[in-house]
Design a protein around this ligand. Structure first.
Ligand SMILES: Cc1cc2nc3c(=O)[nH]c(=O)nc-3n(C[C@H](O)[C@H](O)[C@H](O)COP(=O)(O)OP(=O)(O)OC[C@H]3O[C@@H](n4cnc5c(N)ncnc54)[C@H](O)[C@@H]3O)c2cc1C
Length: 329
């Protein structure tokens, strides 16, 4: 690991003052489960590491007057999972439970989970996020790569488990910086992008911006996450779906259906939602939404199997949200 300066500020303003505007010069450290490995492998080589775990304002979980749940970026996943405020959001609870490692749940933070770097093996081997402008993934072993949004150079998948649920729930992200007075709210969807060149990361933050809180609207409907995995134990899903449904009189009035681990960003499927709205949730309508979700899929040479897994994930997430048998685990 390269030598680096270490800072442990106590306020959000101090964090901002320690972050550089130059990409890669400073890195934000939360639980460190992702960042430290990347530093050891010299994939990231910061001059300074800024620990944000000692900033009290980032550790809060609050229900605001309008029912919005505001969760600080350094709240650990185990604390979040057990918190009574999380009860109306099974989509989030199921996603955290999917991280089947108590150590990772206790050490990993909400902010770190949603901003963890891609697991793409070309990236983790130091070949760059886009790995030869997408050539290595296009021509090499791409079995875990994207089946949506992969026409540009980015072919990795976004591997946050919570991001699809946050997008489905219409969550917002509070971002501060670069200036001390700069503060904005963006949708969880806007936090992610498919980078076009190596100077861009897979998120839209500037190097000197900080995520302070995730704001999750009051839940008035039904929501769930369903992940298709290799098996039990710590691993990333092969495909997943998170859904948030408004159901009145037995009919779906509105649906947000988000696919995970199949694109460089969480992938909002308007096709799947359009297929479901106006209908009751049944095995057949859920399956039809699953089929609609993959109509626009563009698998690479080794990952066509993910199309079928995505169909199943969408179908089962819908059934699970509606409290019906999924037919899966
Ligand atoms: C051995 C191992 C196995 C794993 N297995 C699984 C698994 O099976 N399933 C799974 O889903 N996950 C798995 N993970 C990933 C794990 O869930 C994530 O690493 C963890 O959630 C990241 O949280 P953290 O707080 O440790 O993040 P950190 O490592 O501290 O940070 C991750 C990234 O986010 C940035 N960041 C953190 N907080 C902020 C913020 N507030 N604002 C801006 N940027 C920020 C950091 O700079 C860094 O780039 C595994 C990790 C390890 C090390």
């Amino acid at each position: 690991m390269k030598n680096f300066e270490y800072a442990s500020p106590r306020t959000e303003a101090e964090v901002l003052s320690l972050l550089s505007s130059q990409a890669g010069h400073t890195e934000i450290l939360a639980g460190g489960t992702d960042l430290i490995g990347l530093m050891q492998a010299q994939i990231v080589r910061p001059e300074r590491v800024v620990n944000i775990l000692e900033v009290p304002s980032l550790k809060t979980i609050e229900q605001l007057d309008n029912g919005v749940l505001a969760v600080g970026a350094v709240v650990t996943l185990d604390v979040l999972l057990d918190h009574p405020y999380l009860t109306p959001y099974p989509a989030l609870k199921q996603a955290i439970e999917g991280i089947a490692s108590m150590q990772l749940q206790c050490q990993g933070t909400l902010g770190g989970e949603v901003l963890q770097r891609p697991q793409c093996w070309f990236f983790r081997q130091g070949r760059g996020l886009l790995a030869g402008g997408g050539k290595l993934a296009a021509e090499g072993d791409n079995r875990f790569h994207a089946i949506f949004g992969n026409h540009g150079a980015a072919k990795f998948v976004s591997n946050s488990r919570l991001a699809p649920a946050l997008v489905a729930l219409n969550a917002q992200v509070r971002v501060i910086g670069p200036g001390e007075a700069d503060e904005k709210l963006m949708s969880a969807e806007q936090l992610y992008r498919a980078p076009r060149h190596e100077a861009e990361r897979e998120h839209t933050l500037l190097p000197n911006q900080l995520v302070t809180h995730l704001l999750i609207p009051a839940s008035t409907g039904f929501n769930a996450t369903y992940e298709v995995r290799h098996g039990a134990g710590p691993d990333y899903p092969l495909a997943s779906a998170a859904v948030s449904l408004q159901i009145e009189g037995g009919i779906v009035q509105d649906a947000r259906i988000v696919l995970g681990h199949v694109a460089p960003t969480p992938w909002l499927s308007l096709d799947a939602a359009a297929e479901l709205v106006g209908k009751p949730v049944t095995e057949e309508t859920a399956a039809a939404a699953g089929a609609a979700a993959v109509v626009a899929a563009s698998p690479l040479s080794n990952n066509e199997y993910k199309v079928q897994l995505t169909k199943i994930a969408v179908k089962r997430a819908i059934l699970r949200a509606a409290g019906l048998e999924t037919g899966g685990l």
